[in-house]
Design a protein around this ligand. Structure first.
Ligand code: SAH
Length: 242
């Protein structure tokens, strides 16, 4: 049978499909959201001294509002951490940018993140590096992060539900490690899984005392640590008692 589809039909169908896709919030965004994000990078991140162009570009590209559960997604570009459920928080945008800059990410890097949470820090890293592996101890959050990262189109991030104290042996060693929960000490397995010449950024301290953002550098057997600034992160929790 001869097709009854006229060129007009094809045109209208194509237009309807693109209108549908554009109305999907995960593909499109409003001008206001984009503007808020550009403003965030300028006033919160560049203004505080983050200057690595690849980090600034990643912060301009990663849509933070996609990683925050509604209705707080409306506050995505504000200068503060936000709740993401299960007693956890997404870090302030500046802290995400600073931690990313401090590990000096490069295009060919394989990076381990401990504390996937919303998935946003992993998205920022995935904008820059080759592969991101991220571990999350709260199961529903590991699912949320995985789902959001996929919907946002990141194909170079792998999420695992586990206690990140043990790192991710299977994919080690890593060029860089980013820990986003405050640990009482630097987990030795993470130091072991860092490449020679690699860098790790980790908040160290307890829930009630001042925590320090610590930069760890590994050069052979030589491990150096440098305190960067006082911070406040959610605690690094453990699945078992070791
Ligand atoms: N990087 C996240 C920040 C989330 S807050 C983001 O961009 O949104 C820190 C996360 O670390 C929380 O989700 C918490 O559940 C997780 N966490 C705490 N201890 C952990 C552990 N031992 N292993 C893996 N994840 C852990």
């Amino acid at each position: 049978m001869k097709s009854t589809k006229t060129p007009e039909f094809k045109y209208v169908a194509g237009w309807m499909l693109s209108a549908l896709l554009m109305s999907c919030p995960l593909i499109a965004e409003t001008d206001a959201q984009k503007e808020a994000r550009m403003n965030m990078v300028e006033t919160q991140i560049e203004a505080r001294g983050v200057e690595n162009p690849v980090v600034l570009e990643a912060m301009r590209n990663a849509k933070r509002h996609l990683f925050i559960p509604p209705p707080r997604d409306r506050e995505a570009y504000q200068d503060r951490p936000l709740p993401i459920g299960h007693g956890q928080t997404i870090s302030q945008p500046y802290i995400v940018a600073l931690m990313t800059e401090l590990v000096q990410p490069k295009e060919d890097f394989k990076v381990l993140e401990i504390g996937a949470g919303s998935g946003y820090q992993a998205a920022v890293l995935a904008e820059i590096v080759d592969q991101v592996y991220t571990v999350e101890i709260v199961e529903p959050l590991s699912k949320w992060a995985d789902e959001r990262l996929k919907l946002a189109g990141y194909e170079n991030v792998t999420v695992k539900h586990a206690d990140g104290y043990h790192g991710w042996e299977e994919h080690a060693p890593f060029d860089a490690i980013v820990v986003t929960a405050a640990a009482p000490h630097i987990p030795p397995p993470l130091i072991a899984q860092l490449k020679d010449g690699g860098r790790m950024i980790i908040p160290v301290g307890s829930r009630f005392r001042t925590q320090q953002l610590v930069l760890v550098e590994k050069n052979g057997d030589d491990i150096t640590t440098r305190n960067i600034l006082p911070v406040r992160f959610v605690p690094f929790t453990r699945a078992d008692s070791d």
